[in-house]
Write a protein that binds this ligand. Structure first.
Ligand SMILES: *Cc1c(COP(=O)(O)O)cnc(C)c1O
Length: 345
């Protein structure tokens, strides 16, 4: 096969499809800060209905939706429980300390997932010298956990545990629809379970920009105030919302394809002599650990074949499948991988 360009860096690397661009071009828009953008309003209403939740807020990024959730659930000096691989801990610059003045209590679970009993054991008693435990954040799928999936039953157990201690529950569902494409569970069942949910439109769903925070009207109204003061009030945002609306309507089902392709890759990856081990691949992320060379060296070798991926540690690499990667490209990568054996520098 002749050389192809394959971008496995991230599912944020997608380009809008012609139909999505068409939807963006023809979107009616207005000033969303005055709540006068019909397309933003339509997106928020559609997403709220889909998730079986009262209200939604369109934001520039998933970092913002997660941080707004933390802000509306906590007061300064509170503590948030999450698994140590969580995006809010690993990849949001520690900004919970700046915006919400809270600390995180990071627990060591399994592939980014909390286990039953862990929340109860971590909740702090009420003493003046201890932070006050207030919120639990779960992540589905968990990126750093290798795209691991919580089933609804697993999440229900954890949420019940959190509620027994009077804690709020937020779902970082940046890739929730990758999980649901696998399990067939209903978005509304997930929406009903949590106080607030974040959804990324700009990952596998393929929109160029945007995330949604969903939750009860009171919390979302409060989050809208903070979105504005943090500089996230966007004016004619309907052009972007149109892409998100298109993605939610037309790109949810195809995520199963991304998941399948990642699993196909993972199977071949795990058989390479230079791979020490590969994480279990359940969705569109394949994380593996190299035996004989650094991630930097391996990524350079891959790039000679036109393949781009992400370093995920000194000897760890992540492949992510998405809308911009088709079967032909996957077959090409599979053909290239064995060629890198024995090239440990
Ligand atoms: C991408 C991602 C986010 C949000 O990231 P932004 O780049 O700020 O949109 C949040 N959580 C998870 C698990 C993610 O993968």
């Amino acid at each position: 096969m002749s050389k192809l360009h394959v971008n496995l860096v991230s599912d944020t690397a997608t380009q809008p499809t012609p139909a999505m661009l068409e939807a963006m071009f023809s979107a009616p828009v207005g000033d969303d800060v005055f709540r006068q953008d019909p397309t933003v309003n339509e997106l928020e209403a559609f997403a709220a209905q889909l998730m079986g939740m009262e209200s939604a807020l369109f934001c520039p990024s998933g970092t913002m939706t997660n941080q707004l959730a933390i802000k509306v659930h906590t007061r300064p000096l509170d503590e948030v429980i999450c698994e140590e691989k969580s995006h809010i801990y690993q990849y949001e610059g520690g900004v919970y300390s700046l915006i919400s003045n809270v600390s995180l209590n990071t627990l060591h679970g399994e592939r980014g997932k909390l286990l039953p009993g862990q929340i109860s054991a971590a909740v702090k008693p009420e003493y003046d010298w201890l932070p006050r435990t207030r919120l639990v954040v779960l992540e589905n799928t968990c990126n750093k956990g290798g795209g691991s999936i919580y089933t609804l039953a697993e999440a229900e157990t954890l949420v019940k545990e959190a509620r027994q201690h009077g804690l709020g529950v937020h779902l970082d569902g940046a890739r929730l629809f990758n999980a649901l494409a696998e399990t067939g569970e209903s978005p509304a069942d997930w929406g009903k379970l949590f106080d607030t949910v974040s959804i990324c439109l700009s990952k596998g769903l393929g929109a160029p920009v945007g995330s949604l925070l969903l939750g009860p009207e009171t919390e979302i109204r409060e989050a809208r105030r903070y979105r504005k003061v943090l500089g996230g009030g966007m004016r004619q945002a309907g052009y972007l919302a149109a892409a998100g609306l298109y993605a939610l309507r037309h790109h949810r089902d195809r995520l199963r394809k991304d998941n399948e392709r990642a699993r196909k890759l993972a199977e071949v990856v795990s058989r390479q002599p230079y791979v020490a081990s590969a994480e279990k691949t359940e969705s569109n992320i394949c994380i593996f650990h190299l035996q004989d060379r650094s991630a930097e060296t391996y990524l350079r070798q891959l790039s000679e074949h036109g393949i781009q991926a992400t370093p995920f540690g000194q000897k760890t690499v992540r492949f992510t499948t998405h809308l911009g990667v088709d079967d032909r490209q996957i077959d090409y990568v599979i053909e290239c991988l064995p060629k890198l054996a024995g090239r440990n520098q």
